[in-house]
Ligand binder design. Structure first.
Ligand code: PLP
Length: 392
């Protein structure tokens, strides 16, 4: 065994958490200021302003001091009350999971569920809203990461908005890696974070909150207050003149500041383009060497994660173990329903570089062939290079 379990791998190509940019790591090492020091309060206000710019919001986003799963739970707890009728859209493990939270706050849950290699059809949402005018909240996951598939949230959002319902979007693993912004999809609560495509560590939530979502949460008597799940407590925390409800994660804010600078300075369009190109090269290479994609069509395959279907007779966990032992490369498995059925190659933040498509395909193809498959690895590499070089 060349690469042992107790040593860091050579290349981490997962779908989050991902490697942090070197500059972000340096940012994390800034000193830990006292949260009531005016320098920190002004710095925090500035980080929120950068997040607002990156998210292209006309209102101030909220930073919550916990991993985006906490932000999603906070969204459900704050916006959904027992009178609401929620339509949850589930095309994968995260989308389905949000429904369980929604159910905790309202017994009235409707769902559209697709097979986990497909995406939500906006027409089905329109039909459901027509049939159930009583629906008040719609929730969706943009990029259902354990499937590597994308839902058309801008189209769905337009339909939800016309109906008048509140729209909750999980864009944790798409924001920063492709063109998606809260107002593009008319989201009322749009949850994302630094630990996927922005290339920073897990530990914060960035949330877009519409004006009407603020009003709705304030009118909801069961919306959490004085709680880590509270969004309302953080409404004014962006201002250097207002106190924090509790101590923010100072080091994570330091890291986020650098991650946002990197994103804005490189230019969002350029960042999205290298995510898209890396994914396209990975897909082309996988297909050319004889593998299949998990996504039912390439149109819905994510630019930030490529899910490759596990070949018949291959143990997926053993495959990832072989990839790590032989080449020092780490991929993500599926989760829940997709566990064991696919392997995920992440293209997020610093790993959204086309050369990593070549590394991923080599490691995956090499390990599969060592396990007895007969893949044309060289053909896959040629196909990936053709995609990359056509773009040069
Ligand atoms: C990563 C991710 C989250 C955050 O959840 P963790 O599993 O705790 O990292 C939420 N939603 C989606 C779609 C994600 O990919």
């Amino acid at each position: 065994m060349r690469y042992k379990d107790n040593a860091d791998p050579v290349i981490t190509l997962t779908s989050g958490p991902v490697n942090a940019y070197a500059d972000v790591l340096r940012g994390l090492s800034r000193t830990v200021l006292y949260d009531y020091d005016p320098a920190f309060q002004l710095f925090y206000e500035n980080v929120v302003a950068k997040a607002q710019k990156a998210m292209r919001l006309s209102t101030r986003p909220v930073l919550l001091q916990g991993e985006p799963v906490m932000g999603l739970e906070a969204a459900a707890a704050s916006l959904i009350s027992s009178e609401d009728v929620v339509l949850n859209l589930a095309s994968g493990v995260y989308g389905k999971g949000f429904g369980y939270w929604a159910k905790r706050y309202s017994p009235n849950l409707l769902e559209i569920e697709t097979p986990y290699n497909e995406s939500i059809d906006p027409q089905a949402v329109a039909d459901m809203l027509k049939k159930h005018p009583e629906i008040t909240v719609v929730s969706v996951c943009h990029h259902d990461t354990p499937s590597g598939t994308i839902n058309p949230i801008d189209e769905i959002g337009a339909i939800v908005s016309a109906h008048g319902a509140y729209f909750i979007v999980d864009a944790v693993s798409s924001f920063g890696g492709m063109k998606t912004h809260p107002e593009d999809c008319k989201a009322d609560l749009y949850v994302t974070g630094p630990n996927k495509c922005l290339g920073a560590p897990p530990g914060l939530t960035m949330m877009g909150v519409s004006d009407r979502a603020w009003a709705r949460m304030k009118a909801n008597p069961s919306a959490p207050r004085a709680s880590v799940l509270s969004i309302l407590d953080w409404e004014d925390a962006w201002s250097h003149e207002k106190p924090f409800p509790f101590t923010p994660s100072v080091a994570e804010i330091n890291g986020l500041d650098v991650a946002l600078d990197l994103y804005l300075n490189e230019g969002p369009e350029a960042v999205w383009a290298r995510h898209a190109l890396t994914a396209k090269a990975t897909r082309a290479g996988a297909l050319a060497m004889g593998l299949s994609l998990w996504a039912a069509s390439e149109k819905i395959a994510s630019p930030t994660t490529t899910s490759i279907r596990t070949p018949q007779g291959v143990d997926e966990a053993a495959l990832r173990q072989a990839v790590r032992e032989r080449y020092g490369v780490v991929f993500s498995s599926g989760r829940g329903e997709t566990l064991g059925k696919l392997t995920r190659v992440g293209h997020m933040g610093p790993t959204a570089q086309p050369i990593y498509a070549v590394a991923a395909l080599t490691a995956l193809g090499g390990a599969l062939n060592a396990m007895g498959q007969k893949l044309a690895v060289g053909r896959g590499i040629d196909a990936a290079l053709a995609v990359i070089d056509a773009d040069a």
